[in-house]
Design a protein around this ligand. Structure first.
Ligand SMILES: CC(=O)N[C@H]1[C@@H](OP(=O)(O)OP(=O)(O)OC[C@H]2O[C@@H](n3ccc(=O)[nH]c3=O)[C@H](O)[C@@H]2O)O[C@H](CO)[C@@H](O)[C@@H]1O
Length: 402
């Protein structure tokens, strides 16, 4: 489709939420024979998971303080970052620059757009982040993870390409596997995680909430729960009191195996968590982080909830009683959880990294944007005039019809 041996620069900063999709795209572009460089900040350079071939170029962070001095400092860091990015582009000669959000994205994309280098931003959440918002008028394309993205001006919809969020291979491999068997009296395995940092509220509410389920259901529970280190002992004690078997850890390295076994997920609504649940097809009770910028975790739940694959509980209403009520609503008949699993699966975008790489590759050669207008995988995306990724992700569910 396109020639190999092009050069691309990816810019992402701060947290794994921005860096991990950049690493996934870097690996895909490298696999296609291109050269890739990363522009990040000091924090981003420490995030584990960077492919070995990827050289990281560190830019100063341009945080804008609230007072005039903070503003001047922020602005001068952005200008310095822009100058450094421009010097890198002069020697590396990228065909396109791709920003994933976080502070380093801003100077890198400013340098690209002012030099006439094609530019793309990828938004992982269902609300356009601050840096992506600032850049949306200047860049050539906006890749999104959800059909509806808040805080995106309608006049920029024509630049939008729905691709999804990249998901690790070992999780994608589970997409064609069946939902784990759920018999009338067999085990119900519940997985609870709070995102990369864990979440205290899950430790406080989930054990007692599960204990409020009717005895016939409660006796079948087997829990796997991520807890912050300081909460581990108290949570262990709660489960012991309720006589519910539970395996607890501060972080599970084997998420693929954990999700493969789980009948139900309870946790936060970070972008990767949602992408993984919908890639594998697991029903969920989602409790968005209330302090997430522009309430983006609540927005992230909308598609899954509408499809019937998840229930959302606001943290201020997240009590044991409410949790038990929502679980009962999901598992209201023997096929309830399996049906919800299928609904979750139908929201998955397993071709995210491929579609994003196709979009990026469409720059810099004779071939242009039409190559990624390959289908319409949501009616809403189509009516908005949003170019979408591959439609192939919606055709089957590996024999898991409920
Ligand atoms: C607290 C915070 O600011 N979170 C933001 C952060 O996501 P944050 O990194 O907190 O959460 P995500 O859901 O995006 O990712 C969590 C990742 O950790 C993995 N995991 C989790 C627990 C565990 O025991 N083992 C494990 O491997 C999950 O499988 C997943 O891949 O960036 C995302 C993308 O911008 C945002 O949507 C989130 O709102």
């Amino acid at each position: 489709m396109t020639g190999a041996n092009r050069h691309y620069v990816l810019a992402a900063g701060g947290t794994g939420g921005h860096l991990l999709p950049a690493f996934a795209l870097a690996a895909e572009l490298d696999r296609r024979g291109h050269h890739v460089a990363l522009v990040t900040d000091a924090r981003g350079a420490q995030i584990p998971g960077k492919p070995d071939f990827l050289t990281a170029h560190v830019l100063p962070v341009g945080r804008f303080g609230k007072n005039p001095l903070g503003w001047i400092k922020g602005l001068s860091a952005v200008m310095e970052g822009r100058r450094m990015a421009r010097a890198l582009f002069d020697s590396f000669q990228p065909s396109a620059v791709v920003g994933f959000g976080g502070y380093p994205s801003l100077p890198a994309l400013l340098a690209a757009t002012s030099a006439g280098i094609p530019s793309v931003v990828h938004e992982q959440n269902a609300v356009l982040g601050r840096v992506n918002r600032l850049l949306s008028g200047r860049v050539d394309a906006i890749a999104t993870a959800y059909p509806d993205v808040e805080r995106l001006k309608p006049k920029f919809l024509r630049k939008v390409h729905l691709v999804g969020n990249p998901v690790r291979h070992e999780l994608l491999d589970l997409r064609e596997e069946d939902y784990p068997e759920l018999t009338e009296d067999g085990l119900i395995r519940v997985l609870v995680t709070g995102g990369s940092q864990g979440a205290r509220v899950l430790s406080e509410v989930v054990p007692d909430g599960l204990a409020m389920l009717p005895p016939a259901l409660r006796m079948r529970l087997q829990v796997t729960q991520q807890c912050r280190p300081e909460d581990l002992e108290a949570v262990r004690e709660r489960y012991r009191t309720h006589d519910i078997p539970a395996e607890l850890a501060t972080y599970f390295e084997d998420m693929a195996a954990r999700l493969a076994d789980a009948h139900l997920f309870i946790g936060r609504a970070g972008a990767s968590t949602i992408a993984e649940l919908t890639a594998v097809g697991r029903p969920a009770i989602l409790v968005p982080l209330p302090i997430a910028t522009d309430d983006h975790q609540a927005a992230n739940t909308v598609e899954m909830v509408k499809a019937g694959g998840a229930r959302m509980i606001r943290q201020e209403r997240f009590t044991g009683k409410e949790l038990a009520k929502q679980i009962m609503a999901l598992a209201d008949n023997p096929k309830g959880l399996a049906n919800a699993a299928y609904a979750a699966w139908s929201c998955g975008r397993p071709d995210a990294v491929k579609d994003l790489a196709d979009l990026v590759e469409s720059f810099g050669g004779a071939e242009m944007m039409d190559v990624i207008r390959v289908g319409a995988n949501t009616a809403r995306g189509a009516t908005q005039g949003v170019a979408t990724g591959s439609a192939s992700n919606r055709t089957s569910m590996g024999g898991r019809a409920a």
